[in-house]
Design a protein around this ligand. Structure first.
Ligand code: SAH
Length: 219
């Protein structure tokens, strides 16, 4: 393994284990999720200048006015998605730097990840290739359209906040499938988990969160 991936000091496995410990104290119980958070080197997803801060429980800038999601939120959303059982096909909207993508890819069979900002997607692809994670398909598009050709999905994770549930994503859920998504205006959103049933959709309203907005079109 390369030195960059392995990390030392503030970027070492021990630092990741402390991060996972703090996440567990905040109420994430899924052992597999916590183990993956100990494995995936979060520092290689951010600029070198920010690497020493990669394991703080905070969002950090990744360019283009976007942020890498806070570790607790990544763990929480993954736990919520996996609660119904093992997942095969998962759609992620908002690849960003690819960190959440990496965590998901280690826990499900295949991740389909859509990002609207091309340079972010390109960088994420390189980082994930460096980590030799290959059960991911990428698409440069407005995620509001989902990924119709690859639907239906057992799980959908949305990493940016629309003001209401996107219709196309609801349609691309398998029956029994779950979607974890922040909903609301900038700066104050509610995390929701939607489950598709044979009759329709069930919505659980969870905690308040803070995500970047879900934008339309491509860059
Ligand atoms: N999980 C990512 C989160 C990045 S921030 C990470 O930890 O790096 C949210 C991302 O969603 C940004 O990269 C933003 O460009 C993307 N995004 C926002 N609206 C989108 C849309 N409609 N379709 C696809 N990606 C979108």
């Amino acid at each position: 393994m390369s030195h960059r991936i392995q990390g030392i000091g503030m970027t070492s496995r021990r630092t990741r284990e402390r991060m996972a410990q703090r996440i567990a104290e905040q109420g994430v119980n899924n052992r597999k999720v916590l183990e993956v958070m100990c494995d995936v080197p979060r520092h290689i997803f951010v600029d070198d200048a920010l690497a020493s801060r990669a394991y703080e429980d905070t969002a950090l800038p990744i360019g283009f006015n976007q942020t890498i999601s806070q570790p607790y939120i990544v763990a929480k959303m993954t736990e919520l998605l996996l609660a119904a059982g093992p997942l095969k096909r998962v759609l992620e909207i908002g690849t960003g730097c690819g960190y959440q993508t990496a965590v998901l890819a280690k826990l499900v069979e295949h991740v389909f990840s859509v990002e609207r900002i091309l340079p972010l997607q390109q960088k994420a692809k390189l980082t994930l290739r460096e980590l030799k994670i290959d059960n991911i398909s990428f698409r440069h598009d407005d995620g509001g359209w989902g990924w119709e050709l690859k639907a239906p999905f057992d799980g959908i994770l949305v990493a940016a906040a629309p003001t209401e549930l996107p219709m196309m994503l609801l349609e691309q859920m398998a029956v029994g499938g779950v979607m974890v998504i922040p909903i609301g205006k900038y700066g104050r959103q509610e995390l929701q988990r939607v489950t598709r049933t044979p009759e329709g959709y069930e919505v659980e309203e969870l905690e308040m969160v803070n995500f970047v907005p879900f934008l339309s079109g491509m860059e």
